[in-house]
Design a protein around this ligand. Structure first.
Ligand code: SF4
Length: 376
């Protein structure tokens, strides 16, 4: 069997974590079209009796396209989706096609550490990790007991790895891949304060810089955590703010109020130069004015604000994107053209991964192709 990671158009620097765990478990090669999009058709040259595609909601259409291409070319080959171990990454759920191979394993210390060498894009990851341009991804837990209505990670059991196990993975990654930094991709890293403090104490001697890219909860952020993160090498943090409108916060069941949000931002500001805040355009109960107010609040607070579109969780499997190339408004909270206006207004706050490829991206893609050919 060969595994395929479809092109998502975003997060080229973040590997498909469910897929690397599945590949490690099955000891199977991965054609990674997201980090190495070309040559696109290279998945066809793997002559196997079956193909497993990792399908995230954002790559659903791409996955079907790959399946159809494969079936047309090799009708005798079985094409499955592969799923299991992780069920959500970065708010996008993993989906199962009708024919699916599901790996029924909990996310725990019992899993082997991910073997990134199985990805055909590995040389790109390794190169960037070694140069400190990309951060090594680490999930210390999956799931979240909170109930925020917009979030695919909500109301799920919180599956944990021990702090020691996470430390061992980072130590391995430092020795094997010469990583310079790492990024925590938990659905919600700061659910348990004591665990965060123990984690910080444990990883500090590794001397790595790191960040919390997915949103921390503001009501569970305090000075002890800020100090521990800072001392352990964490140099930027992100919060899931979503909106600063009190009624919207109640409607989306965020479980936080503006006072808690502002208090946490004030604490964070004393320790961190860079603070990311995630906001959502078009949440239920929202309006153009309310979303503009969130934008102005973020500007006043000097937060790196990332605005993405609201996609109702039960619509996620239609292939919609929160942000990135191809993202568009789907919420009916207020006219789409006004939601788009906010998205465009805040474009400069997002990474340069959308619209027409710029020269740097074109050169980057060309370099990757050359590396790919040389590596074969
Ligand atoms: S706290 Fe964060 S991860 Fe948990 S449900 Fe809310 S938005 Fe999702």
């Amino acid at each position: 069997m060969v595994l395929v990671n479809p092109y998502a158009g975003v997060n080229r620097d973040i590997p498909n974590l469910a897929l690397v765990y599945i590949a490690t478990y099955l000891k199977t090669k991965v054609v990674d079209l997201n980090t190495l999009p070309s040559p696109y058709y290279r998945f066809l040259k793997y002559k196997h009796d079956s193909v497993g595609i990792s399908v995230q909601s954002r790559t659903y259409n791409e996955a079907l396209k790959i399946k159809n291409i494969y079936k047309k070319k090799n009708p005798e080959v079985k094409v499955y989706s592969v799923s299991g171990i992780l069920d959500v990454q970065c708010c996008y759920p993993y989906l199962r096609l009708e024919e699916d191979i599901h790996i029924e394993l909990d996310f725990s210390d019992d899993l082997p550490f991910p073997v990134y060498e199985l990805f055909d894009s590995f040389f790109i990851f390794k190169n960037n990790w070694q140069q400190g341009k990309w951060q090594y991804p680490l999930m210390t837990s999956q799931g979240c007991p909170y109930s925020c209505i917009y979030c695919a990670s909500r109301n799920r059991s919180w599956q944990l790895r021990s702090v020691d196990n996470c430390y061992e993975e980072l130590k391995m990654a430092k020795e094997r891949y010469s990583i310079k930094s790492f990024v925590i991709l938990d659905d919600c890293f700061n659910i348990d304060k004591e665990r965060v403090l123990r984690f910080c104490e444990k990883v500090q001697p590794l001397g790595l810089s790191w960040s919390c890219a997915n949103g921390l909860r503001l009501d569970r952020f305090d000075e002890d955590i800020a100090i521990a993160l800072k001392n352990a090498g964490c140099n930027f943090i992100s919060f899931g703010i979503e909106s600063v409108d009190t009624q919207i916060l109640a409607k989306i069941k965020k479980g936080e109020n503006l006072e808690q949000i502002e208090k946490a931002i004030d604490i964070a500001r004393s320790y961190f130069k860079d603070i990311n805040g995630y906001f959502i355009i078009g949440l239920p109960g929202s309006s153009f004015q309310k979303d503009i107010e969130s934008l102005n609040w973020a500007k006043r607070r000097n937060i790196n604000a990332f605005f993405s579109y609201y996609i109702p969780p039960d619509e996620l499997n239609k292939g919609y994107l929160f942000y990135g190339r191809g993202a568009r408004p789907v919420s009916d909270a207020y006219p789409h053209r006004l939601q788009k206006k906010i998205y465009i207004l805040t474009r400069y706050m997002r990474p340069p991964s959308e619209g027409i490829l710029n020269l740097k991206e074109i050169i980057c893609n060309l370099k990757d192709k050359i590396y790919f050919l040389l590596e074969r």
